[in-house]
Design a protein around this ligand. Sequence first.
Ligand code: IMP
Ligand code: MG
Length: 201
Amino acid sequence: MVSRHVGGSTNPQTRLADVDAKHVAADLDHVIVTADEIAAKVTEMAEQIDADYAGRDVLLVGVLNGAVMVMSDLSRAMRIHLTMDWMAVSSYGAGTKSSGVVRILKDLTTDVLDKHVLIVEDIVDTGLTLSYLADNLRGRGAATVEIAAMFRKPAALTTDVDVKYIGFDIPNDFVVGYGLDFNGHYRNLRDVAVLGKHMYQ
Ligand code: IMP
Ligand code: MG
């Protein structure tokens, strides 16, 4: 019997991503950014960040849970000294809409006073979450606070949140993969895909 569960394939030609996709393909509409495109972009972003922060220790602050993949890849692509810490936040508000009122569920263990902080996020939608976080960390006396996000949606462009490092501008669809979830699922997809409308309508 052929094992089909993730990681169970004995065929070396079968990519893990292909196995994943077969399990969830029916839930997805189409892929918008592939794992290879993400990998190339991560390298590009890391080079830029390395250059900008040369001679300074940077503290990467990942926003749980979505930023886990970006943090993991970006930090390993960087070549300068860095430290990492994590925050978990929840945005009050109904359903999928951000309200701008953010509650801290897990705070940093690091004191950010006089540190060069780079917030690492998966996606900027309205920008309300990041705008709150950046202000919060500035208020704690960080020397500098900048933002790196892998994806940005059009709505983010109308807010005043300044995202210094951005991977991809994407259409205003609900997407999953590379850390982005729907009800906790699909974070482990290597590609980023638009979720089928039949999944939530
Ligand atoms: P913002 O405050 O509206 O910018 O909210 C950003 C947060 O909403 C992200 O960190 C994600 O957790 C979530 N989010 C926004 N768009 C998507 C999406 O298309 N797929 C999955 N999560 C999303
Ligand atoms: Mg997030």
